[in-house]
Design a protein around this ligand. Sequence first.
Ligand code: PXG
Length: 439
Amino acid sequence: MTMPFADSNHDALWLPFTANRQFRDSPRMLVSAKGMYYRDDKGREVLDGCAGLWCVNAGHSQPRIVEAVQKTVATLDFAPAFQMGHPLAFEAADRVARLAPNPLNHVFFCNSGSEAGDTALKIAIAYHRLRGEGTRTRLIGRERAYHGVGFGGISVGGISGNRKLYGSLLTGVDHLPHTLDLRRNAFSRGLPEHGAELADDLERIVALHDASNIAAVIVEPLAGSTGVLPAPKGYLKRLREICTKHGIVLIFDEVITGFGRLGASFAAEKYGVVPDIMTVAKGITNGTIPMGANIVSDEIFEAFMQGPREAIDLPHGYTYSAHPIACAAAIATLDTYAEEHLFERAAALTPYFEEAAHSLKGAPHVVDIRNEGLVAGIELAPRQSKTTRAYEVFERAFNEGLLLRYTGDILAISPPLIIEKNEIDRIFETIGRILKSID
Ligand code: PXG
């Protein structure tokens, strides 16, 4: 029997990225989920405005995924991933590779976006070494980037709050400037007009260190958790050109942008810019079972296949790489996306969603609204207070039955792709009403 929150030992659970003591004063507890809605422990319906944590793209408790997980747990609960295989792993990899643009044809499974990020950085450095360019070890991230919480991810990441407690991090890391420019781009619809030239900063870093010392550049095509920062028009293409010119591996972190969020399978497909490695997680299993992956180009994969046949080609992996239940969930998830045409649906809904988001222009405290696909960020003016306005909106919205995300002064909206127009209306009307009531 489940113990009610009031009776359980609150100190036993240490919640991630949470003000734990504040949380205990007014806990928000979810007990079930279906479609667009959670239900909380008071029996109230809560509209999911952020697809869980940007992951439940097909909506909650999708029958195909539930069935696939139930069937697999009863038939192959676990299979070792090292020197062993199982059919679901090969099928899942094939399905993911088919969805990814050419020449990204090889899939290495892990369990999260953080692991995917660290894996990609390791593959990039090892790739250069195997080709006899072992001096290429430097890694380049970007300010305000989020690539998870491993030491690699926080080193190339650019959120100071996630880095400052943890010592010296990886050495040999540089950061590109972030692309948010409210002066030139406030209230952009879709990709901002200005800022492609920010990619040229990579030339400055190359001039400083020399390309022969640089392994990889990692960026999110749209930075999500730092407050919804779509790449300026032309920025990713320029980054691709500079990387190609200097032999630098380009990694796209598509943990949020993958699997339909932007109205296409991946940002790489939507923008016609293909990286050398793509990291994915979240929507790969619709959030149902933890899974992440690297999708790697033919050229990089082949570089690892040149040694003796009996030698391990990549000394890296996880106990739960290609876990059978995660693979089953991934296959059923991709089936669901395809059969329900959810990426196309997200693309078709984007203009309506954009209009609804921008209807809050002029609402109290709103200094910017930005959107792309089914993602919107609403930036609020900062204030002198213990809690930000965005936190207050988040808390009040939850009490009114709407789940949002916030970071600093920014609200993030990224609903499941099955959302209906009246639910889009409700999200932005609720935010607008709450904004009028706070100081
Ligand atoms: N890369 C990106 C771009 C992400 O957004 C990760 C890597 C790490 O994934 P894992 O699976 O290790 O958490 C993420 C995760 C938020 C929020 O509120 C965003 C994430 C995770 C939790 C909360 O914006 N993104």
